[in-house]
Design a protein around this ligand. Structure first.
Ligand SMILES: Nc1ncnc2c1ncn2[C@@H]1O[C@H](COP(=O)(O)OP(=O)(O)OP(=O)(O)O)[C@@H](O)[C@H]1O
Length: 281
């Protein structure tokens, strides 16, 4: 799919109608203020253009740079600002490489901002449960690891163990290494662990995409439960149907920028139209 360099209908944060979006919502749970995340990639740059002979001469004249290696900057998130409130479930959509996961990881505190800030009220719980789980270990061990990452004590994890296994519905597979799970089984267990603590801020990255319809219904109930307990849920997904079903509000990220922020239906419609138009080009 070809991509335009810039999208010309960028939304100015000042124009957003928070009054409509946040009707009956709680106080802010998260403030992202002019956030920039830049990755430094070593050796990612093209060595040079021109003929092979020209490149050899250039390398001969520039030995020191060759040994140091080139550094390429990837600006994955470029000046994103928004406020999330208690009781909101927020979808994040955008094409591959638009910066969705990077934004989520920054919210979880896994990436320090290059510039700007992320303020979180209360305990931002997920904090990378996906990141801490280990495929070579059994589901049972991963429940303990994930539970501890959520801030539960070992006793609390043991108390909730049966409930997490029941919720995931994976049965005796819990005693097998997670590497042996199908993607759907892995997604179910990750979701069951991530949401075990009814966290203040739950972040879900594609985890629901592989679940079946029954599991998606269960996930929606759990998301609603977290929202009813004044939590905030973020969901990154390529499934617009899932985002529309689960999220009250959606952010559309493109080339690291926030291009639209509003009710899920409106944003998903606009994004669908953009993808259709891009496909035709
Ligand atoms: N660890 C990394 N090191 C260098 N560049 C990275 C790293 N992770 C992501 N990027 C780059 O940052 C940009 C945003 O990537 P990100 O994974 O956040 O996008 P995404 O919208 O989640 O994509 P997808 O839908 O494909 O999962 C891309 O250009 C990607 O190549």
């Amino acid at each position: 799919m070809s991509m335009p360099q810039e999208i010309d209908f960028e939304v100015d944060a000042d124009d957003l109608s928070f009054a409509t979006l946040n009707k009956e919502l709680g106080t802010p749970s998260l403030v992202v203020d002019d956030l920039y995340i830049t990755y430094k990639v070593w050796g990612g740059k093209k060595v040079g253009t021109g003929s092979a002979k020209q490149r050899r001469v250039r390398r001969a004249l520039d030995r020191s740079r060759e040994h140091v290696g080139a550094i390429t900057s990837v600006e994955a998130v470029r000046g994103i600002s928004f406020v999330a409130r208690h009781g909101e479930s927020i979808g994040i959509v955008g094409v591959n490489g638009s910066g969705k996961s990077t934004l989520l990881r920054a919210i979880a505190g896994l990436h320090p901002p290059t510039a700007g800030s992320v303020f979180v009220s209360g305990e931002p719980s997920l904090l990378g449960v996906n990141a801490v789980l280990m495929g070579s270990l059994t589901g049972e061990r991963n429940i303990m690891i994930g539970g501890l990452a959520l801030g539960l004590t070992p006793t609390q994890v043991r108390e909730r163990f049966d409930e997490i296994v029941d919720y995931s519905g994976i049965g005796d597979a819990i005693y097998m290494p997670m590497d042996a799970y199908s993607s759907g089984m892995g997604a179910r267990l990750r979701f069951a662990i991530s949401s075990a603590a009814v966290p203040d801020v739950l972040m879900i990255d594609e985890a629901l995409a592989t679940g079946d319809a029954a599991f998606r219904n269960k996930s929606k109930e759990r998301i609603d439960e977290i929202r009813n307990n004044a939590g905030t849920v973020f969901l990154v997904s390529h499934s617009l149907a899932t985002v529309e079903a689960m999220c009250t509000r959606t952010l559309w990220i493109h080339q690291g920028k926030l291009v639209m922020d509003g009710p899920s239906h409106d944003v998903c419609e606009a994004y669908r139209a953009f993808v259709r138009a891009s496909d035709k080009r």
